[in-house]
Design a protein around this ligand. Structure first.
Ligand code: CJB
Length: 839
């Protein structure tokens, strides 16, 4: 505590945020000369980026500090968003835009001899996520700050984010993404916040003669320290700056003297080094559970540190424990943080001395769980022997949770169910799967320990109730299950990614207010007859296509004149269920068709198209890697074939990430969201594309359904079988003696096998997965319908005026898909929290 007599001095020297060019310039030079120890004689773009970002960061930190102090004073209910992934992308541009200082910084830097756009290119992406789930968490943080919700993100500070992808001879090659080579101005290391986390060890019973009770005590065998790194999260057009706290694992400084004395110094160093490996690397799987021990360690390390922090913050307020769920809402982003349920129960009963029931009541009120997938291979399960070794006390608590839960189920159904029915129900909802070895089902645990479970789009939320969690609906009724359709932040995905479109919209809507109330976009419909506006709309799209072709040239060497082509884009993780194979088979079909035409016919019949692909495959996902290879091989042939020149290009953009997405998405005429119906929980890039004036070709899946409802059926190209029919079709495939392929697909397969795209044999597993292995993803069933939809697109694109009309109407009706709306829904339905306006 600073004595009162000194405080006026502190106040006199309190940091002042820059608000004029000269302030920015002074601080910038200060950072160049002191923080970086450079001068005007050795200041390159990287140094300028670092100095500029430090200057912007200083401003942010002043507000961040004040926000935190204010929240401490007011002590509102807080939201804690636990996510193993935060796919943030770059911070600098976003921070400037949110604080409203981008023009000032741009002019200042220009006066100092630098170009802002070049400087922004110096920033590495913070790529601490795989795909949609991680990016959703990042959009939510933006909306939480913008909406002034007192909230924290908690995650891990991986030293290596998602790998960088290179394409060598058409194949994906992974290289490590060490993103912290240069000091990171966007994080504040909090070396004073160190939380011990234990693993392994054993459970002891301790008898207390005073109370005559025995108590379980977990004696951990290996201790690791969690160190906090704080990332300020600015809101748009508000001084509210929330915090994202990421944990980094460090060894303890306590030395194991027994090892030392026994002369095993090297081993004791090795053990310490092992600690740091916990937060070394992000697991690069999307929609897939690999079940590695280190991953379970990551999960517990993160959950234990975060809960310790949350409970400590609550205890500081001296409120009674009964108020815990009134002050704390914890959202579980997928099942990855499910151990938090068990850890909180452990804290309450083992450390704070609660009764089981009192503790459990608070726990369930505190947690909400978001499910992001129905794919079986993504559902997390941990083998009991592993669990028992790593977290013996937690396993005991899980057994007890399960015991009481199953008892309750039994009681509820024993009079109405037959013995057999009851057994089936119990074994389906049990947290423990009877398997060899037995396994802990994390989704079941998450449902039992939360008061709300939500899916991420209407169709998905219905599907979880009727498929993977249907037995839980029997137990709880369907009130516990709800829907919050995903959204995206219009600040990054419109204003930042597409400044020209954002400005054009602002010119009609009287400013940028719509970025805070996206429903205002609806007013764009007043300009559907405004020729000048429509012309400008068209020009913006063309400019964005130019911007993308420049990037393509830089990354692949391939030159494209965008004025000639319709841009058809599919960028997302490579996955069989997302069906990039369907797309590339379609490209091959189109190529064969073009080849079959005379030059004159081509001219009159073919709509020139560039197909752009991008996305990473998990390193161990053989089939996805094969799809990447095929796309590149098709590109190699098509892009160099004189017959196809001017009609067809096929591009694979390497190393798709957030910053590239910001250039790719605004350039699309059509984007592809073509998952097998019922497999894509929501999708979020579909929303980004439409918000940027692109139309979509898609299946009736995930949030495509709601996008269609909002923008109208005339403005989207839907095709394919419906989710409700998928199971029957699969069943038919399973029992058919052989699968009859449509003629169109046969042609494509023949072309591939003839060796046009390199060794025909190479792609055999991919073709066989369709024709001999039951075509699980319904590629053959949807192929003709897909081709028809593509034809409709070609036709529609001819009428450019109508196309622009569709584009404007679509954008005008995308208000619903702002992540601000999601956060409001969570706040009301799940968290029961209100925004807190800073005085
Ligand atoms: N999702 O990105 C992931 N990873 C997973 O392991 C499971 C799901 C995605 O989450 C997004 C956000 O909710 C969804 O839009 C997307 O459909 C889903 O695949």
């Amino acid at each position: 505590q600073i004595p009162l007599s000194s405080r006026s001095l502190w106040k006199k020297f309190a940091v002042k945020e820059f608000s004029e060019k000269s302030d920015f310039e002074r601080d910038f030079v200060h950072h160049i000369e002191t923080t970086l120890a450079r001068s005007m004689y050795n200041c390159d773009d990287l140094a300028a980026y670092q100095a500029a970002s430090n200057t912007v960061r200083d401003k942010l930190i002043v507000e961040w500090n004040e926000t935190q102090q204010f929240q401490t004073l007011k002590d509102p209910k807080r939201i804690y968003y636990l996510s193993l992934e935060f796919l943030m992308g770059r911070a600098m541009d976003n921070a400037m835009l949110n604080a409203g200082v981008k023009d000032l910084v741009k002019d200042s830097l220009s006066e100092l001899g630098f170009n802002l756009e070049d400087i922004l290119e110096q920033e590495p992406d913070a790529a601490l996520g795989n795909g949609g789930l991680g990016r959703l968490a990042a959009c939510f943080l933006d909306s939480l700050s913008t909406g002034k919700y007192p909230s924290w993100g908690y995650g891990l500070r991986y030293q290596y984010g998602i790998f960088a992808q290179r394409i060598i001879d058409g194949y994906q090659v992974e290289t490590p993404d060490y993103w912290l080579t240069f000091s990171n101005p966007w994080e504040i290391p909090r070396h004073e916040i160190q939380i011990p986390v234990d693993f392994y060890g054993f459970v002891e019973e301790e008898f207390n003669p005073q109370t005559n009770e025995t108590k379980k005590i977990w004696k951990g065998g290996e201790r690791v320290i969690a160190v906090a790194y704080d990332f300020p999260i600015p809101g748009y057009s508000t001084k509210n700056v929330n915090n994202l706290r990421l944990w980094s694992a460090k060894p303890t400084t306590e030395f194991d003297f027994s090892k030392f004395n026994s002369g095993d110094y090297q081993n004791s160093v090795r053990l310490q080094q092992r600690a740091e490996s916990i937060t070394a690397v992000l697991y690069p799987n999307d929609n897939f559970d690999q079940g590695k021990e280190l991953r379970l360690k990551q999960q517990y390390f993160w959950v234990a540190a975060s809960l310790h922090d949350i409970v400590r913050r609550f205890k500081k307020t001296k409120r009674p424990w009964s108020e815990f769920p009134l002050q704390v809402a914890i959202q579980l982003n997928d099942t990855h943080p499910t151990l938090a349920i068990v850890e909180l129960q452990r804290i309450f009963i083992d450390l704070e001395g609660f009764s089981w029931d009192d503790a459990w009541e608070i726990v369930v009120k505190t947690f909400g769980y978001t499910n992001h997938t129905v794919m079986q291979e993504a559902l997390e399960k941990w083998p009991i022997p592993l669990f028992e070794r790593l977290l013996p006390r937690h396993l005991e608590i899980i057994y007890t949770i399960n015991f009481f839960f199953l008892q309750q189920v039994e009681k509820k159904f024993q009079s109405t169910y037959s013995q057999k029915e009851l057994e089936n129900l119990l074994s389906s909802v049990s947290v423990i799967e009877e398997y060899y070895p037995k396994q802990v089902r994390m989704a079941n645990l998450a449902i039992i320990g939360s008061h709300r479970v939500n899916g991420v789009a209407e169709l998905h939320s219905e599907l979880i109730k009727t498929t993977i969690f249907k037995d839980f609906v029997k137990v709880y009724g369907d009130k516990k299950f709800t829907n919050v359709t995903n959204g995206v932040t219009p600040r990054r995905w419109l204003r930042e990614a597409n400044p020209e479109l954002a400005e054009l919209i602002a010119s009609k809507l009287g400013g940028y207010e719509y970025l805070l109330n996206l429903n205002l976009l609806k007013n764009l419909e007043n300009y559907l007859d405004d020729k000048d506006f429509k012309h400008k709309w068209d020009i913006v799209k063309l400019n964005n296509k130019f911007r993308l072709t420049k990037l393509i040239k830089k990354l692949t060497g391939i030159e494209i004149n965008p004025t000639e082509y319709l841009f058809d884009i599919q960028v997302k993780r490579i996955h069989e269920y997302k069906r990039q194979q369907l797309n590339i088979f379609g490209v091959i079909h189109r190529y064969l068709w073009i080849k079959s035409l005379s030059p004159k016919e081509r001219k009159s019949l073919v709509q020139p198209k560039v197909y752009v692909f991008g996305g990473k495959s998990a390193p161990g996902y053989y089939m996805a890697k094969l799809i990447i290879k095929l796309i590149n091989a098709v590109g190699e042939l098509v892009n160099n074939d004189a017959d196809a020149e001017g009609y067809l290009k096929c591009i694979f953009v390497p190393d798709y990430n957030v910053s590239k997405a910001q250039i790719i998405i605004p350039a699309s005429d059509i984007s592809e969201h073509i998952s097998t119906a019922g497999t894509e929980a929501s999708g979020t890039s579909n929303m980004k594309f439409v918000l940027n004036g692109g139309l979509i070709i898609g299946t009736v899946d995930g949030a495509n359904v709601e996008i269609t409802r909002e923008i109208g059926e005339d403005n989207i190209f839907l095709f394919g079988n419906l989710a409700e029919n998928v199971e029957d079709i699969r069943h038919a495939h399973r029992y058919a003696p052989h699968l009859e392929l449509p003629e169109s697909l046969k042609q494509v397969f023949e072309a591939i096998e003839s060796g046009k795209f390199g060794e025909g044999d190479e792609y055999k597993p991919l073709l066989d997965s369709v024709r001999y292995h039951k075509d699980y993803y319904l590629v053959s069933d949807d192929f003709d319908s897909y081709l028809q939809a593509q034809e409709l697109i070609d036709e529609a694109y001819k009428d450019r005026d109508d196309w622009i009309q569709k584009s404007i109407i679509s954008v005008a009706n995308m208000g619903f898909f702002s992540s601000d709306r999601c956060i409001e829904e969570y706040a009301e339905m799940i968290w029961d929290v209100e925004p807190l306006e800073r005085d």
